[in-house]
Design a protein around this ligand. Structure first.
Ligand SMILES: [Zn+2]
Length: 357
């Protein structure tokens, strides 16, 4: 039986930001080409995407904003912000990207799969309640988290955001709620400018936004340290019922839009940490949604690395270390002093909320 569900749809390649834009349809073509050659493709199962309904979008987005995006259907091209465009098919792609992420949540919630990966465009984590930005129209992961809370009656959803950019839209969607724990490690200072360690949530949400802002140049060891020293202890205490991952591959050292140094091993390592967490929070399922990643080779290799790790985790609950795992453990023994300071700042901001930190 297939172990990991994939959500793919030709419509995702019909969204355009305009010519020469890094967030381009070829990103998904590169991932599809990789999947054609993927050694364990029999263990992957394509499941159908669907469109998000208006009420599903409006759990996160303002009705007037949804209408504004829908109106882009009537023009050949609309510039929504300096970085973000929409062609006449972009609204259709965007509601299917949000609905496709919901379909991935349904697939794992029904128990048929240990994990699902929604390979969607446009990405979502910068999209605010009433504003498109950073190549994002609707906030796919936030819409899926709200669906899990409202339609599936979950109480605690964890969102892990390893995209190199901070997911401002996702953070703001749940900033005052303790029903979503948002964890992001990101390059800072960098676009979009949010994501300081002191931004920790408000009211009921206090302590439930966890930001780890890293200076540029951090790699596998530093990301793994942020996961092991902050994410895992907090998440074990939180006991999520669902783990959503904003999986951006612009954290890769080859990415043209950012300055981090994560490799394929790093994506495997972060995935392994998330699998370990899900096994300790049983029953807890994993849904990943594609965010950024603008070097086509790094993107497709990163997705491959994540899928390989998900399949290893499923077939071997002890977790396979393998050559990449051993390399990663050697690197993880020392991290940069800058990352060390960032991690300490986040721990200091959160110690009063979480006893395990
Ligand atoms: Zn990004």
């Amino acid at each position: 039986m297939p172990k990991v569900a994939l959500v793919r749809d030709p419509l995702f390649r019909e969204h355009t930001n305009g010519p020469g834009h890094p967030e381009r349809p070829e990103r998904l073509t590169a991932v599809d080409d990789m999947l054609d050659r993927f050694p364990r493709k029999r263990d992957l199962k394509d499941i159908p995407a669907r469109d998000a309904s208006r009420p599903e979008l409006e759990r996160v987005h303002e009705p007037a904003y949804v209408e504004r995006i829908e109106a882009t259907r009537e023009r050949s091209f609309t510039m929504l912000d300096p970085d973000t465009g929409a062609g006449s098919r972009s609204y259709a792609a965007a509601i299917r990207a949000a609905g496709g992420t919901i379909a991935a949540v349904d697939a794992v919630a029904a128990g048929g799969y240990g994990a699902a990966f929604a390979l969607v465009r446009p990405p979502g984590h910068h999209a605010e309640a009433g504003r498109a930005m950073g190549f994002c129209l609707f906030n796919n992961v936030a819409v899926a988290a709200a669906y899990a809370l409202e339609a599936l009656a979950m109480s605690r959803v964890l969102i892990v955001d390893w995209d190199v950019h901070h997911g401002n839209g996702t953070m703001h969607s749940f900033y005052q709620s303790n029903r979503v724990l948002y964890f992001s490690v990101h390059q800072f200072p960098h676009y979009p400018g949010t994501g300081r360690s002191e931004e920790a949530g408000q009211n009921d949400g206090e302590g439930h936004t966890v930001n780890v802002p890293f200076p540029s140049g951090q790699g596998d060891a530093e990301y793994l340290a942020a996961f092991r020293r902050i994410l895992i202890p907090i998440a074990l205490e939180y006991e999520p019922e669902l783990i959503l991952v904003s999986a951006g591959f612009d954290t890769h050292q080859a990415d043209p839009l950012a300055g981090m140094a994560v490799t394929d091993d790093g994506f495997a390592g972060m995935t392994r940490e998330i699998i370990g967490l899900s096994e300790r929070c049983c029953p807890c399922r994993i849904v990943l949604a594609l965010e950024g990643g603008y070097d086509l080779e790094a993107l497709s290799r990163g997705v491959s690395s994540v899928l390989t790790t998900l399949l290893e985790g499923e077939s071997n609950p002890e977790g396979l270390e393998g050559a990449g795992g051993a390399r990663l453990e050697r690197k993880a023994s020392s991290i940069s002093s800058q990352a060390q300071r960032s991690i300490e700042a986040t721990v200091a901001a959160h110690r009063r909320f979480w006893t395990r930190l």
